[in-house]
Design a protein around this ligand. Structure first.
Ligand code: IMP
Length: 432
């Protein structure tokens, strides 16, 4: 069976980690294709919480091989730390289970310093990046001056490449009035990490194509979300990679005909971290209730940065756009349980921009910020959904809510999550 692509349909944080974990049970290989440790995928298995930033969620399934694809940017020091943390929890993360593309690009401390300096320079127009050095690393890649993971195989060459990159970056940092990075200490940390990662290096495109040819089931695990896509998100409030379905092909080096399914993941409401427009954003008691207090790991606070997330009603205009753009064959909805207890719930079905009614997000810069949601109000429901496993057991209003979403986003719903644990799922029937 060929490849399945998993894509976030909103602004990231849709719950892709738990869906990837679910799909990994039916996969032989799980491969991440874009982004870096700006991602924070949370998976809760047997009372243990795993927070994954780089390693694909498939690692929690023995027998599944995980791939860090060429489209990613990898901080080698943080990857080693994540491998060690997972190993300490008893997860097997040896080089026979985790393959790192020789073509992925490297994030170093200078990228992190440049990220912070660029954000400071943007002032009120800051993007609210995760400060993981993602943008500057992709900038070096496209400027054809990045360092690829494969260069870690040769210590002397890697050290020389780092020294040149640090010298160049420190000049740029000084020009922005920012402190330089300690070159000697940083290079020695990168070299130590490279030493550890050498056995993991692999031509992952060659590996994946060989596996696909042999009939392996490959899950392409997206990070971030459609509205953070460098091309299709609301630029410039985006990340610097392609989290959408097209990014999976270039980010892994596989052909389009290998893809059988494209599964979208959307939360039953909307959240966003960082700056940029969010048409259904709310302020006040509804948003506070959706966000939670931060006491529970599923509350709406960033896994990577701890920042409170902006919250609002479900935006069907946004998710319909994501469905079209990615070609979703099915949609997985998460966190239906959080909506329990509202008298009524709302869905944005269109935007009003400058007196015009739009059914798709506007592309012109600044227009999305002026978009006012046009809401449809549905009756709410109450009760604890966390033990519900069949769609027929859901309150009638909750069923009507997910059916309306399917209609508005023109995509069949595969399943709905009603809690963070692996089995807290309601199958919605669609097999895609
Ligand atoms: P960067 O990827 O760190 O450059 O951040 C760019 C934008 O993407 C910021 O608004 C971040 O908050 C957002 N972002 C990056 N990664 C994630 C993620 O995994 N979840 C949610 N938002 C993210």
């Amino acid at each position: 069976m060929p490849a399945t692509i998993l894509v976030g349909a909103q602004w990231g944080d849709e719950g892709k980690g738990r869906v990837a974990d679910w799909l990994a049970a039916q996969s032989d290989v799980v491969a991440r294709y874009a982004g870096g440790d700006n991602a924070g995928h949370t998976v809760f298995v047997n009372d243990q919480l795993y927070k994954l930033h780089l390693v694909p969620s498939g690692i929690l399934h023995p027998g599944v091989v995980c791939v860090l694809g060429n489209g990613m940017v990898i901080n080698p020091v943080n990857l080693v730390r994540e491998i060690d943390e997972l190993s300490a929890l008893g997860v097997e993360v040896g080089p026979e289970r985790l393959l790192l593309s020789t073509r992925a690009h490297i994030i170093t401390p200078v990228h992190i310093a440049l990220d912070a300096a660029a954000e400071a320079a943007r002032g009120a127009g800051a993007i609210g990046t995760t400060l993981r050095g993602i943008g500057p690393a992709y900038l070096d890649k496209t400027a054809r001056q990045g360092i690829r993971a494969g260069e870690m195989a040769d210590s002397d060459g890697f050290s020389a490449a780092l020294a040149a990159a640090f010298e160049r970056a420190n000049i740029a940092l000084a020009a922005q009035g920012a402190a330089p990075v300690d070159t000697a200490a940083s290079i020695s940390a990168c070299l130590a990490a490279a030493e550890r990662l050498r056995p993991y290096l692999c031509d992952t495109s060659e590996y994946l194509n060989r596996q696909l040819k042999a009939g392996a089931r490959v899950l392409c695990e997206g990070a971030q979300g459609t509205f953070l896509d460098i091309d299709h998100g609301d630029y410039p409030y985006v990340t610097s990679s392609s989290p959408t379905a097209g990014g999976a092909l270039t980010g892994l080096g596989i052909g389009p005909l290998a893809v059988e399914r494209v599964i979208g993941v959307a939360k039953c409401y909307s959240t966003r971290v960082g700056a940029g427009p969010m048409p259904t954003e709310l302020d006040g008691p509804v948003a506070d209730r959706l966000r939670g207090t931060g006491e529970n790991f599923w509350d709406e606070y960033g896994t990577t940065t701890g920042r409170p997330r902006r919250c609002g009603w479900f935006d069907a205009v946004a998710v319909r756009y994501a469905a079209r753009l990615n070609g979703f064959t099915g949609l997985f909805l998460t966190k239906l349980d959080i909506l329990s207890g509202f008298d009524s719930v709302k869905i944005a079905t269109a935007y009003e921009v400058d007196g015009h009614l739009l059914e798709t997000p506007p592309a012109a810069r600044g227009e999305l910020a002026r978009a006012r949601p046009v809401y449809e109000t549905l009756p709410g429901w109450s009760g604890d959904l966390s033990h519900t496993r069949g769609v027929d057991e859901l309150p009638e209003e909750a069923r009507a809510y997910i059916e309306r979403i399917a209609e508005l986003v023109e995509t069949p719903i595969m399943a709905v999550s009603v809690g963070p644990a692996r089995d807290q799922l309601v199958s919605a029937g669609a097999t895609v």
